[in-house]
Design a protein around this ligand. Structure first.
Ligand SMILES: *Cc1c(COP(=O)(O)O)cnc(C)c1O
Length: 364
């Protein structure tokens, strides 16, 4: 039987090949490889996609977060609150500024538990970075209520197009950051990233910072960085952005099939669907105490799975110096030990979801 991959970027390329190839050829023909109209065009389109929050592109999602924090003046001696249950880039970007990541645990949904924020806030706290994990929006309203006066930067790397109470992520805090890593809901054909802003001044500052602090070709307002979105990537992303709402809708449909077919299996915890938000299902993650067993049986049945993420950040060797013991963030640790990502991509067929669901049921 044919293998079912975790994600299938080839199937997606086949469906848009003509437009993508033409867009790449166009960039090559104009020989504008860095900057130029294609980058501006993508930024304009991504701004409308994010409910009007001003988009500034950059090199990748990690840089996006680093640039925003740096622009807010975050540096050595400061603290930034985030979660340990995320990809390491979230905390890494904080470390890149010289500040210290301060963790608060997540809830059962894998999203920041806002009720824990007040307990770790100090006079050194300069910002909060909630993560919209797996495509589902963290409750930014609850974070704002729990952290009055602190700037909120949404890590939206996994949630292009998700909504919270009717509003698109990217427009919920002072700024948000996106990754266009190939496997994300909106993925480039290489690295890419963007920041979005509801604050025009901060947007302007970050626009300079990502390009050597420039205001003109050889006029530099600030010492900045080299973190620009390649023009080829911008052209690919503009083609793909036109399909994103349809692709996210397909993911939602697939999630519905899974939820229906996987209901009622003993000890299998399905993702919670919040009525206040609209997930874009970057990943479909279930939890089971016998995760490794389930993973092995599915692999034998030709079904690829993933683990996002097996080690929470407070237990990573990279963050040993923070001194967190096992048990410090109980929910993050439990989720890390039990999570399993099932195949999820817009082209996944109902027959494949049937096959995967049957295999899960049989395994358990
Ligand atoms: C992918 C990802 C990032 C980093 O994005 P890159 O473009 O790979 O630098 C940051 N945060 C989260 C939650 C991610 O999933």
């Amino acid at each position: 039987m044919a293998k079912i991959p975790l994600v299938d970027l080839k199937a997606q390329y086949e469906s848009i090949k003509t437009d993508v190839d033409a867009a790449i050829q166009q960039v090559i023909a104009t020989t504008a490889f860095v900057g130029g109209p294609a980058v501006k065009d993508f930024e304009t389109k991504f701004t409308s996609f994010c409910d009007g929050a001003r988009a500034v592109s950059c090199g990748n999602g990690t840089d996006a977060l680093h640039i925003v924090l740096h622009a807010l003046g975050v540096g050595p001696g400061d603290e930034v609150i985030t979660v340990p249950y995320t990809f390491i880039a979230t905390a890494e970007a904080i470390s890149m500024t010289g500040a210290k990541p301060v963790f608060v645990d997540v809830g059962d949904d894998g999203l920041i538990d806002a009720s824990k924020i007040a307990g770790v806030r100090t006079s050194k706290t300069k910002a909060v970075v909630p993560v919209h994990l797996y495509g589902q929006a963290a409750d930014i309203d609850a974070v704002r209520a729990a952290a009055p006066g602190l700037p909120i930067i949404e890590d939206a790397a996994q949630a292009h197009g998700a909504k919270l109470r009717g509003k698109r992520v990217g427009s919920l805090g002072i700024a948000a950051t996106f990754s266009f890593f190939p496997g994300k809901n909106l993925g480039a054909y290489g690295d890419g990233g963007a920041m979005t802003f509801t604050d025009a001044e901060l947007a302007k500052r970050c626009e300079m910072l990502r390009d050597h602090g420039r205001t003109d070709k050889y006029l530099h307002e600030l010492p900045g960085f080299n973190s620009r979105l390649d023009t080829v990537q911008a052209a690919v992303l503009a083609v793909k952005l036109a399909h994103l709402d349809a692709w996210n809708a397909a993911r939602r449909r697939i999630a519905g099939w899974y939820l229906e077919r996987l209901a009622g299996i003993p000890d299998l915890v399905l993702p919670k669907v919040s009525l206040e938000s609209e997930s874009v299902w970057h990943l479909f993650v279930v939890n089971h105490p016998k995760r490794e067993h389930l993973r092995r049986v599915l692999d034998e049945a030709g079904i690829s799975t993933g683990v996002h993420y097996p080690i929470p950040l407070h237990l990573q060797p990279a963050y040993r110096s923070l001194g967190h013991a096992q048990g410090s963030f109980a929910v993050s640790e439990r989720l890390s030990n039990t999570c399993l990502s099932l195949p999820m991509y817009p082209e996944l067929t109902e027959a494949a979801v049937d096959r995967i669901s049957d295999a899960v049921r049989k395994a358990l």
